[in-house]
Structures are given as C-alpha cells and as structure tokens.
Ligand binder design. Structure first.
Ligand code: AMP
Length: 388
C-alpha cells in the first residue's frame, strides 16, 4: 500500500455523489488532483457534476466498481451508508489505498458497532440497549425508564428512522417496532443536554492530528439548522475536553482523514452521540473560517500530505433547505437579496429536485464576533424569502 504522498495530478476516488463530495472535489482540484465519483446509481449528482469522471453505477456493480478503482489512486468516502465489502475487496486486490479504511466505515454505519467502538475508545455514551422484537423493547424500556429514543440500527440520517417513545403502552411499543423494524434497533435514554456540539478532527497517515475547535449546533426537526464557532454557550474547560475526546477517538480508530464527533453537553459532562468518518455538515463554516477547511484537511490527510492550520475565526453557518422554495410556490429564492451583504458566502449544491427537508445549500458569514456572524447569516437567509 502507498505510504508516500499521492502527488497532485493523481486521482482521488470519492464514494458518494452528494454535496460533501462536491466540496471535497473543489479542494482536490485546487490542489491539482483529478476526481472520480462513484454515485451509487444517480447521474448528474452534486459531486459528479464537478468531478472529472462520474461513474453513475450502483455500489454492488462489480464492473463499475472495478472501473472506479482503476481510475483511482486513493479512495475515500463522502457517504458511509454503502455496502463496503465489494469496494474494499476490489481496492485491496488493485492495491489502491482506502482512507478511512473500510472497517471504520462499517463501524460507523451500524449504531451498535459504533457505540461499542466509542466505548472501547473510552468515550462516554448514553445508556442503550440493542433490541429486535417488541418483547426486547419492553424489557429495554423497563431497564432504561421512559422516555427513550428508538433508532434504526443502520442507514438512519438527519433524524430519519428514529422515534421518541414516551409510553410503555403495548400498542405504542408494537407500533415503533413495526415502523422502524424488522431489523435490529437501538434504544437509548434521552440525554437532557444543554447544547449540541461537534468536533471535526483530521488525522494524517503519520498520526498527526489537527482540529477546528468546537462547533455549536442547533437542530430543527432533527436536521442541522445552524452552526457557530467558537461556541456561544460551552464553558472553556468543556471545549478542551471535547477536543481531547475527539482526538482520542480518531486515534483509537486509527483513522486517516477527517472524523466528525457529535456530542451532547450536559452541564460539565459530554456524551458522544454519533461519529461520521468524513467531512460533516457542521464543519462547512470552516471553508471561510479556517485557512485549511475540513475538506482541505481531508484531502491532505488521505493523500499523505501535511495537515494545514484548521483554527477558525468567528463564523456562523445557516442551512438552506428545500422548504425555502416551497414557501413561494417553487420559484427560486431571491439569491441577490441574500448577497446584498458583501460578507455573505452563498453555497448551493446544484440539486435540481427540491424537497422539504432536503439540504440545498448553506450560507456562511465570518465576523469579529460569533454573535455578529450569526446575525448576518440569519438575516441573509430571511432576505431569501420572496415577498409576494
Ligand atoms: P441522530 O440521528 O442520532 O444524530 O439524532 C438526531 C438528533 O436527535 C440529535 O442531533 C439530537 O438533537 C436528537 N437526539 C438523538 N439522540 C438523542 C438522545 N439520546 N437524547 C436526546 N436527544 C437526542
């Protein structure tokens, strides 16, 4: 396996065709790399549209995956809900490094394995049980106490595939298993958190680690709505502890690339909720806030290059969901209005199909204080709404 740096001019293969791959491609191109994207089947994807080659095929199509592997000098992921085995096997046979390794992706795509990996790394997690039937769920509720959150074990994202259970009523318990099953489910206590944060940490092939500090996140309907950095409401000692925790986890996983660790802060305590072995929505503000963004760090790490400076100036990101279009009968939001503030950075992901809850883009502002940055970003989003 390659341990020397992949020099610019080489080709980075990205599994997944979404906006994270798109923003990774921009960075890869900036450094002179070529990019191949494997989309999972869709054509003209946000990532594929800016890559050098888009392989629009399913992740279990042997020929297409081999073609993608043949195009790539190193393979990475912008999406972890993929059957890993074929890709990992073909890449290994062709001696193409996969970073982060397939084993990390497999651990991150199953909430049970993820929890076990986190505990092995010494990270605090919410009390949980793994269940498969209504009887198991009854027992878990008796152990953990109500309310609980029941999550689909695999392939849940943006709060999809999860239900809050507030009664032990037979019909309610059976209904949850019916709605989320039949596969295994993860049941966990509700953490009475004050605030949600994440830490995006990068690790190079030589074990060097860099981070962007703590990102403070607000979710609306379980979808990330705003991120600010530095955090507004996290005590400094908790900030330090969160960065240490993320660093311990990335080292324990022996991960090369970027890892996002999502955590709940309750008083002075931290509870890790989820990890994502790739750039993350909450790290988008690093594009403008840091001299090397999460995307830049990821490309550097997987190519075996030294990491950059990830420290951030005060910044805020606000998400733009498809709902913004629906608000004014399908017409485009008024982009020029948002941009009337010259400090507004508008990012659109090039998605044609508009759906409620679909992430279509985001706005970032930086400023002298995080409060000002957030005010400007929120004001820009408000100006997008057409007055008619
Ligand atoms: P997840 O899909 O695990 O990222 O969950 C989406 C969101 O649901 C989180 O960002 C939290 O706002 C909320 N949530 C998930 N798990 C818990 C929990 N155990 N306690 C409280 N809130 C939770």
């Amino acid at each position: 396996m390659m341990n020397r740096p992949l020099e610019p001019g080489g080709t980075i293969g990205i599994v997944g065709g979404g906006q994270l791959g798109r923003m990774l491609s921009f960075e890869a191109h900036r450094l002179g790399y070529r990019v191949a994207v494997l989309t999972g089947g869709a054509k003209d994807t946000p990532g594929g549209r800016v890559a050098d080659v888009e392989v629009a095929a399913s992740y279990d199509d042997d020929l297409a995956v081999q073609q993608f592997v043949d195009l790539s000098d190193v393979i990475t992921w912008e999406f972890e809900n993929v059957e890993v085995s074929l890709l990992a096997e073909l890449a290994a046979r062709s001696d193409v490094p996969v970073r982060p390794a397939g084993s990390v992706i497999t651990a991150a795509q199953d909430r049970g394995r993820e929890r076990r990996a986190l505990m092995a790394a010494g990270a605090p997690v919410a009390a949980f049980r793994e269940v498969a039937t209504a009887t198991d769920l009854d027992r878990a509720v008796a152990d953990l106490g109500l309310p609980v959150i029941v999550k689909r074990m695999r392939f849940g994202y943006d709060g999809r595939g999860q239900v809050r259970l507030t009664t032990a009523d037979q019909a309610a318990v059976g209904g949850v298993v019916e709605a989320l099953g039949p596969e295994r489910l993860l049941v966990e206590e509700v953490v009475p958190f004050d605030v949600e944060i994440s830490v995006v940490v990068a690790r190079g092939i030589d074990g060097e680690v860099a981070h962007h500090g703590v990102l403070e996140n607000v979710h609306v309907n379980r979808i990330l709505d705003t991120t600010v950095t530095p955090p507004l409401s996290v005590p400094p000692r908790v900030v330090g502890a969160a960065v240490e925790l993320a660093t311990a986890i990335v080292r324990h996983l022996d991960l090369v690339g970027v890892l996002c660790v999502e955590m709940f802060v309750a008083g002075d305590s931290l509870v890790v909720n989820e990890i994502a072995p790739r750039p993350h929505n909450s790290g988008h503000c690093t594009i403008e806030a840091a001299s090397t963004s999460q995307f830049g760090q990821h490309i550097r790490a997987i190519c075996g290059l030294p990491l950059g400076d990830g420290s951030c100036r005060p910044a805020a990101m606000v998400q733009l969901l498809g709902d913004l279009w629906k608000d004014h009968s399908g017409r485009q939001p008024v982009w020029s209005e948002a941009m009337s503030d010259p400090g507004v950075h508008l990012h659109l992901y090039g998605k044609e199909e508009v759906r409620n809850g679909r992430k279509m883009g985001h706005i970032t502002c930086t400023d002298t204080t995080v409060e000002r940055a957030l005010q400007r970003a929120l004001a820009a989003r408000r100006r997008l709404r057409r007055r008619s």
